[in-house]
Design a protein around this ligand. Sequence first.
Ligand code: AMP
Ligand code: MG
Length: 320
Amino acid sequence: MSIISKDIQQAAKLLSNDQLVAIPTETVYGLAGNIYSEKAVKLIFETKKRPFFNPLIVHIPSIDALESIVSHIPEKARLLADAFWPGSMTMVLKKQTCIPDLITAGKNTVAVRVPKHPITLELLKALSFPLAAPSANPFGSISPTKPEHVERYFKDTIGQVLDGGPCANGIESTIIGFEGNEPVIYRLGALAIEDIEAVVGKVAIRNKKEISPDAPGMLDRHYAPTTQTFLTDNISEVIRIHGGKRIGILVFKTEVNDASVTSQIILSKEGDLSEAASKLYDAMHDLDRQELDLIIAEQFPDYGLGKSINDRLKRATFRS
Ligand code: AMP
Ligand code: MG
């Protein structure tokens, strides 16, 4: 029997009993548990095979709940929350003492977000606790943007995937930390930097070595298909090098005319970066299931969501 269901009350019941439920958000599906239940939070790490040093994002129902999670809200954090919540922005702020160390990997800061999905907002409002919810995929693999992706990963290990349809934005939230009271980008994501800068002015992007500990969104290899993947600005050249193999192609807007290609996905014929982002992971799941020898992805334009897509594609290509 399928574990995909629209039953919000069942989800609330499972979560209130220290169980995990996969929840829909506008970014990707999350593997959710009660932040105050040690049993549930440990189960999140265990189910994902995620190392304990990687902190989790806390999901709250509204801006009003922020003060019960964080101890200090810089002026620019308020501006950002007012501008983008509910939405695809996570902020890392000084934590309240009640936030368990397991959530924050022992740090004195906590990552928090108000997600923008009507079903999950309804669920969060019905619960008396916030939800920790990393992406609902095994550590390092492609994030889920449809209920079926989660079901394939976890049908034997979790009770329910709360069905909210496909994720509208389709890549993880943009994470913003604070140095003093100034915002800096920790992870590129579904909210474009240009939109953030329109609210708070110029922001720096920190690379992984500048942020401690080394967290999953920061790892070189992450969001990765099992099929070997290449990222290039010259697709024809890479096809030529790999002649005779079963090749899958992932492109932004322009079809590649080459008879030797086995499978091809065009992310947005109109050249719309938001549409491309929303379809990216589903396309990666799709190509990864076709028993190809390799996947060749096209480099995106280096602005707006193109920057975030390039970040994810780059991590998909690393082999250790
Ligand atoms: P995920 O929920 O899998 O998208 O990953 C959550 C990400 O949030 C982690 O990989 C970290 O990059 C980031 N994060 C969470 N908490 C903190 C924190 N206290 N300090 C810095 N980064 C954090
Ligand atoms: Mg993740």
